[in-house]
Write a protein that binds this ligand. Structure first.
Ligand SMILES: NC(=O)c1ccc[n+]([C@@H]2O[C@H](COP(=O)([O-])OP(=O)(O)OC[C@H]3O[C@@H](n4cnc5c(N)ncnc54)[C@H](OP(=O)(O)O)[C@@H]3O)[C@@H](O)[C@H]2O)c1
Length: 373
């Protein structure tokens, strides 16, 4: 849809009605409103009225036009991913989440559709991302204050712009914030097929850091290994391959890793600990297996391992807005240059529930689902 040019709107009495199927939701109403304001187009959104199973509780509804105030920007969303944390928010197990009724999604990219009269530096047609991310990206039009939006280079592939913050930025931070890594060092990670994992492989490689990668036992494991090696992985093992007495015998010429990155928990985290060198650090950032991390007494006593945690949302809330945007621009540059790549599947917004099923793992291992509007 073409970007809207703003013109003064004379006061009118306008009746906007939405189809009768929408009447039960707080997002659904017929209303009569007097306004002299500029309004967004009506939006379509994925909403949930209570916390619980996302596949049962989410539905697509129409939302009435919203007023675009002087400092607001109306953005037509182009793409937004379904991340594990989006699912956890709807389930009610994520520590920071909107109170229902709420719209799903947390990151994404859009095109400026209209701006309020006080907005500077953004014009219709610009591409923007919410930065830091903010709730409610699974909707076709979003009206938010201008400071929420970060203008980005439009040459970036849309799906990369939509997904740049939550996972690539986490990968970047975790490689810098815990252990001083030098060229020739090694790291070990599980969940290597995740977006975070794929970014870690490539970012590590770009600094000369070698990576040992653990994946689940799954159909097509050999193809997955080849794919990760093409991205720059030095070694890729399935969990069952590591059921040996001394995993370090598998290291070959690779040095013992000082840093381990745990996306999964359970046995997979134990395997990371086995690889780590004395005084190594394991950073837990995900819990995909939903199983706890168990550490042997001996690895504390004899190896003096450190266990840490990483949460991007906490990092971003520490007055890091400017730093965050600078790093995002840098990551977007790497994406434009083809130096960071990962698997994604683009799905029309109307097929949200099929994409959600895939993101929930109901159809086996799947690439990241990215909604397009
Ligand atoms: N702490 C933070 O700030 C932060 C930031 C970003 C992401 N994260 C977390 O990082 C993790 C990865 O996120 P993502 O968006 O990069 O993932 P993703 O691209 O959506 O991929 C999902 C990953 O989880 C694996 N997986 C799914 N179910 C699993 C299970 N039951 N047991 C073991 N592995 C399983 C998948 O393995 P297969 O390929 O074998 O299916 C795949 O590697 C999530 O837990 C997310 O919440 C945390």
């Amino acid at each position: 849809m073409a970007a809207m040019k703003l013109v003064a709107v004379r006061p009118v009495i306008k009746t906007v009605s939405f189809h009768s199927g929408l009447q039960k939701s707080p997002f659904r109403r017929n209303y009569v409103r007097a306004f002299s304001a500029i309004m967004s187009p009506p939006s379509k959104a994925v909403v949930y009225d209570q916390l619980g199973a996302p596949d049962k509780l989410t539905r697509i509804v129409e939302i009435p036009p919203a007023e675009i105030k002087d400092n607001d920007v109306c953005v037509k969303m182009l793409a937004a991913p379904i991340n594990p944390s989006d699912i956890n928010r709807i389930e009610g197990v994520y520590p920071v989440r909107p109170v229902p009724p709420a719209i799903g999604g947390y990151e994404g990219v859009g095109e400026v559709y209209a701006v309020g009269s006080g907005v500077k530096g953004l014009s219709p047609g610009d591409w923007v991302i919410p930065s830091p991310p903010s709730f409610g990206t699974w909707q076709s039009y979003i009206v938010k204050e201008q400071s929420v939006w970060h203008k980005i280079n439009k040459d970036t592939p849309m799906e990369y712009a939509a997904t740049v913050t939550v996972n690539p930025l986490s990968a970047f931070r975790m490689l810098h914030d815990f252990v001083q890594l030098n060229s020739g060092d090694a790291i070990v990670q599980n969940g290597a097929t995740s977006i975070v994992g794929q970014c870690i492989i490539q970012l590590a490689r770009s600094q000369g850091v070698r990576s040992i990668n653990i994946i689940r036992d799954r159909a097509g494991a050999d193809e997955v290994k080849d794919k990760l090696k093409k991205l720059g992985a030095d070694e890729v093992f399935t969990e069952s391959q590591l059921e040996v007495k001394k995993v370090k015998d598998l290291l070959g010429t690779l040095p013992e890793p000082a840093l381990g990155l745990n996306c999964v928990g359970g046995n997979s985290a134990t395997l990371i600990l086995k690889f780590l060198r004395n005084e190594g650090t394991m950073v837990t950032y995900g819990g995909m297996s939903k199983k706890p991390v168990t550490v042997s007494t001996s690895s504390f006593i004899f190896k003096d391992l450190s266990l840490r945690g990483f949460w991007l949302q906490k990092w971003m809330s520490m007055d890091k807005a400017t730093e965050c945007r600078t790093m995002i621009d840098r990551l977007l540059g790497l994406m434009r240059d083809g130096k960071i790549k990962y698997d994604m599947e683009l799905v029309p917004f109307e097929d949200f529930h099929n994409a959600l099923d895939k993101a929930l793992g109901k159809q086996g291992s799947q690439p990241k689902q990215v909604l397009t509007f």
